[in-house]
Write a protein that binds this ligand. Structure first.
Ligand code: NAD
Ligand code: GLY
Length: 364
């Protein structure tokens, strides 16, 4: 069974195709513009598993298919390794019709998207996400970026792919820790947008962890539908889209504070969602039972529910310092995604003292 989720953005509209075994099918790519060249961007972990299948599926569409492999890891999501994609494009004399294919997780997808946005002022690109996290979140919606040592995803562009191909069968080779990391981004859609999906997740978390095909298809599809709905209303994050960052303000501080790659993105988001729920509770928005519900779900997904201690002398101070470089900050004031009620979120500042209390209560 193949599902198609449309992203409606006028002349930048595209489809997310979801199914099993679809990465290797030439038919999955028929909607793409014709071009002579393609460049597959992947990494040294994913390419040996799926590079040949993608290449074969594309063989009838492109007369030359080039490849660039990045080292594997969040710590390489930087300027130096972005440059290696430009090197490959220029060495292979790729013109502005060349189609870039991002084959990998969110790191490869974010870097390929940013390269596509900048090469010759913009070339088409396709997301072929191979992690759960990238299938339900990073491949959809056109956020592309690299990290700066002072802040995550600080250098980037909004640039939409032409197509997203989510092949559920590739998740079978994903390490369990990475799968759990992806579950954080699945879980977030419940509290911010869909209380029924939150209940479904509570009822089906065990099936999801076991990668039951029907449960997986439902979770990926519903996540993509919610993301498509949000992005369709606020592509450039002038308001609503920021709710997709539920748990990310605390989570990004954890990732940066620990050193990129030590905590996985979804692990930071898992603990970060519990912290943001606790903040929502202390702001009087949700009851303690909701925080406990979310904590339990995050725990059942195999994710941390407490943040790490980043600085034993002034832990809360260190979190606050790191959170001030968050992109949602305005004039140095941190803005948090809070849950107003299960299924509805908003973005607001919070007093430093209250945030300190939350950090003290939620770190171990
Ligand atoms: P990742 O890209 O590092 O992939 C995780 C690991 O899994 C890597 O080691 C990778 O090589 C490996 N892998 C990928 N697919 C595999 C497969 N099928 N089988 C075996 N191994 C596989 O991490 P991620 O969690 O996919 O993405 C995290 C990144 O996404 C972060 O940089 C984060 O900032 C970004 N992100 C971006 C957005 C956005 O909207 N653009 C949203 C969320 C996260
Ligand atoms: N992952 C958050 C967003 O796409 O806006």
């Amino acid at each position: 069974m193949t599902y198609k989720v449309p992203i409606d953005l006028g002349d930048r509209s595209y489809q997310i195709v979801i199914g099993s075994g679809i990465l290797a099918r030439a038919a999955s790519y028929v909607a793409l513009p014709s071009a002579a060249k393609a460049l597959i961007v992947s990494n040294r972990t994913v390419a040996p598993c799926y590079g040949d299948s993608l290449r074969l599926a594309l063989a009838s569409r492109y007369s030359s298919i080039h490849e660039v492999l990045l080292p594997d890891g969040e710590q390489y999501k930087n300027w130096e390794h972005l440059q290696s994609i430009f090197d490959a494009l220029l060495h292979n004399r790729c013109d502005r019709n060349t189609v870039l294919f991002a084959l990998g997780g969110g790191v490869v997808g974010d870097m390929t998207g940013f390269a596509a946005a900048s090469y010759m002022r913009g070339v088409p690109f396709v997301q072929v996400p191979t992690t759960l996290l990238s299938q339900v979140d990073s491949s959809v919606g056109g956020k592309t970026a690299i990290n700066h040592p002072l802040g995550k995803n600080m250098i980037g562009a909004f640039y939409q792919p032409r197509l997203v191909v989510c092949d559920l069968s590739v998740l079978a080779t994903l390490p369990p820790r990475e799968f759990a990391s992806g579950l954080a981004e699945v879980i977030k859609y419940g509290p911010i947008a869909d209380p029924e999906f939150l209940r479904w997740l509570e009822d089906n978390m065990d099936r999801l962890i076991a990668q039951d095909p029907d449960a997986l298809a439902h979770a990926v599809r519903r996540s993509c539908e919610i993301k498509a709905w949000v992005v369709g209303q606020d592509e450039k994050e002038s308001g609503l889209r920021a709710i997709l960052n539920f748990g990310h303000t605390f989570g990004h501080a954890i990732e940066a504070g620990m050193g990129y790659g030590v905590w996985l993105h979804g692990e930071g988001v898992g603990a970060g969602m519990v912290m943001a729920a606790e903040l929502s509770h202390r702001l009087g928005l949700v009851d303690g039972a909701f925080v406990q519900r979310l904590r339990l779900l995050v725990e059942r997904a195999g994710l941390p529910t407490k943040g790490p201690v980043l600085d034993s002398a002034d832990n809360a101070g260190r979190y606050l310092e790191l959170m001030r470089v968050d992109k949602k900050s305005e004039a140095g004031e941190i803005r948090f995604v809070v849950i107003d009620e299960p299924g509805r979120a908003s973005v607001r500042p919070a007093p430093d003292d209250l945030v300190r209390d939350v950090i003290d209560a939620c770190c171990a």
